[in-house]
Design a protein around this ligand. Structure first.
Ligand code: MN
Length: 408
């Protein structure tokens, strides 16, 4: 497969990828659907208007992917197949004005997110945090190996990569000191992936784990910003609340499950075997190389502070969706699920500062000579991820955000 424009083998956006996003340009400020190929954005609304798909879809003019996502898997696959043909070198019918250098586009939030749920699917992450707070013997709660733990988050504060993050304020109760109202001193990131529901389910009709993959449209990088000091005081007994509701950043390009299919791998062995509604072993992961970069305002360049991989996750996305809906809870097109922090087995593969610095006990050394226990004002966190194919990549680009001082 060769595209009609040159794509570097290390570009995240090969012709095997073809992710979807919402963009606009100065020349045409209406947000609309595009795909990405190398350093160019292809205007799908323009292709649809030129009738290059063989039939007209109508939803590429929309300012979100929701109607496209709702159209269902058969249509997703038909469009991907047609796009592959249109964008291949032997078959270029595209007019120049539908091919836009990425430097000339403005990206927008790709999906109108209806509901957002965050899971806790990494055994390494859950064990690390549990060890810190409850000791090694009680690291995993008794339910953890039996169900994908999660909580209902806030869709309203899901923001696009590049948005600044204002340090939150709240109640903090330091050990051996009085309760105070303060700006968070333990602001953290969480390295996660997000997946979007394409087709949902009717109320009271659960999604079967065997068909769950057909409901998932695609994935993005996700940073679940977390205020650890606010979290520590508020989280019992109902779980995270204000510590995580102020911002969740996502990357702009939604990489489809069809593009990710060649990179699916067996997940970790699940022992004890989950209940039958969570599916027969093995659950399927995705081999996505992930990294976290940190750049303080005093640094000239970002520094890699963690390398992890989506494949480490204990629970699969299909299990998360089956579990989420087993009560009959209805998912809708555009719903977002976070995987939970993706930590690997080694201490340089942890997906949060909480773990990398072991709750601040082992500060990170930055190339500027500074130390970090938690994020400081001006710090920029950038996460990247890609799947490595034979001579090509299917990547996610990046999700980035910079910390601004708390409001006075
Ligand atoms: Mn999280």
């Amino acid at each position: 497969m060769k595209p009609f424009i040159d794509v570097h083998p290390e570009s995240d956006f090969s012709i095997q990828n073809l992710p979807y996003g919402i963009f606009s340009t100065n020349a045409n400020p209406s947000p609309r659907v595009g795909t990405r190929l190398g350093d160019f954005v292809i205007d799908l609304a323009a292709l649809d208007a030129e009738n290059l798909f063989g039939r007209q879809y109508g939803f590429f003019d929309d300012s979100s992917l929701n109607r496209f996502m709702e159209s269902g898997r058969a249509v997703w696959q038909e469009i991907r197949q047609r796009l592959t043909d249109i964008l291949s070198s032997s078959n270029s019918q595209i007019k120049d004005d539908a091919v836009i250098p990425v430097s000339e586009v403005q990206m927008h939030l790709p999906v109108n997110v209806g509901d957002y749920t965050d899971f806790y699917a990494s055994r390494e992450h859950a064990a690390n945090v549990g060890t810190m707070f409850r000791g090694k013997e009680n690291a995993l709660m008794p339910n953890w190996l039996h169900l994908p733990v999660g909580y209902h988050g806030r869709a309203s504060s899901v923001v696009l990569s590049g948005a600044d993050i204002v340090r939150p304020r709240g109640q903090v109760k330091p050990k051996d000191a009085p309760l105070e109202f303060t700006s968070s001193r333990q602001l953290d990131f969480e390295l996660e992936m997000g997946f979007f529901v394409g087709t949902g389910n009717s109320l009271s009709e659960p999604i079967n784990v065997e068909n769950a993959h057909e409901h998932i449209f695609g994935m993005v990088l996700l940073n679940d910003w977390s205020a650890r000091d606010i979290q520590a005081w508020e989280y019992q007994p109902l779980g995270p609340f204000l510590a995580k509701n102020f911002a969740t950043s996502i990357s702009p390009w939604v990489v489809t499950m069809d593009a990710l299919e060649p990179f699916r791998v067996p997940g970790p062995k699940q022992d004890p075997a989950p209940l039958p509604y969570l599916g027969a072993a093995p659950a399927r992961g995705v081999d996505i190389t992930l990294e976290v970069n940190l750049q303080s305002s005093g640094m000239d360049a970002p520094q890699v502070i963690s390398r992890s991989n989506m494949k480490y996750l204990y629970w699969s996305m299909e299990q998360m969706l089956a579990h989420h809906t087993i009560t009959g809870c209805n998912m809708r097109a555009g719903d977002l699920c976070g995987t939970g922090t993706i930590s690997g087995p080694t201490d340089d593969s942890y997906g949060s500062l909480l773990e990398l610095t072991w709750r601040g006990e082992k500060p990170l050394k930055l190339t500027s000579g500074e130390e970090r226990k938690f994020l400081q004002d001006g710090d920029m966190v950038t996460m990247k991820g890609y799947c490595q194919g034979d001579g090509y990549r299917v990547g996610f680009g990046e999700v980035t955000g910079r910390i601004l001082p708390a409001l006075k």
